[in-house]
Write a protein that binds this ligand. Structure first.
Ligand code: FES
Ligand code: FES
Length: 176
């Protein structure tokens, strides 16, 4: 019987890298990455945007990896970096300006909407996308916009109140 030869590393095919051009938090980048790399992986490992979290391990369930892609929220664990070629991305690191925190970030602090903070970047960016598209959402619209973002610490009352305060709308939810 012939035992198949085990390939040495040098026999294995070299994974091709592709050039991807991204605009992240206002800065242009060219990254050279294998084509199967997700946007999440590139943001965290290549570009140091570790505020973008990996919660569910790429299942698309938790929303912790949410970033804005041309002002739309996307779960970056389900998107290839190559699919973002030439697009504009905002991460939580890019939200604060020279004047300080974004109003949503400040509201999360002021309303006690952050406990461990793991979900907060994704929550805030989903809320940011909502307010860009709809500056005066109802409480129901806020809840619907955040439905893909899971929080295991705070419940959602303080998070919804924080977003509502920035939108200048009333929110008096009694239930988590
Ligand atoms: S890590 Fe992307 S949705 Fe959970
Ligand atoms: S604050 Fe901990 S998961 Fe939301």
């Amino acid at each position: 019987m012939t035992i198949p030869k085990r390939p040495w590393a040098s026999d294995l095919p070299v994974v091709e890298r592709i050039r991807v051009h991204l605009r992240v938090d206002g800065t242009e980048y060219d990254v050279f990455v294998p084509p199967h790399f997700t946007l999440l992986r590139v943001l965290r490992d290549e570009l140091g945007r570790t505020g973008t979290k990996e919660g569910c391990g790429g299942d698309g369930h938790c929303g912790a990896c949410t970033v804005l892609l041309d002002d739309e929220p996307v779960v970056s664990c389900l998107m290839l970096a190559a699919q973002a070629q030439g697009r504009s991305i905002v991460t939580i690191e890019g939200l604060a300006g020279d004047d300080g925190l974004d109003p949503l970030q400040q509201a999360f602090v002021d309303y006690g909407a952050v406990q461990c903070g793991f979900c907060s970047p994704g929550m805030i960016l989903s809320a940011k996308a909502l307010l860009i598209a709809n500056p005066r959402p109802s409480e129901q619209e806020i809840r619907e916009a955040l439905v893909g973002n899971l929080c295991r610490c705070t419940g959602y009352v303080k998070i919804v109140r924080a977003v509502a305060s920035v939108a200048g709308v009333d929110s008096a939810p009694d239930q988590e």
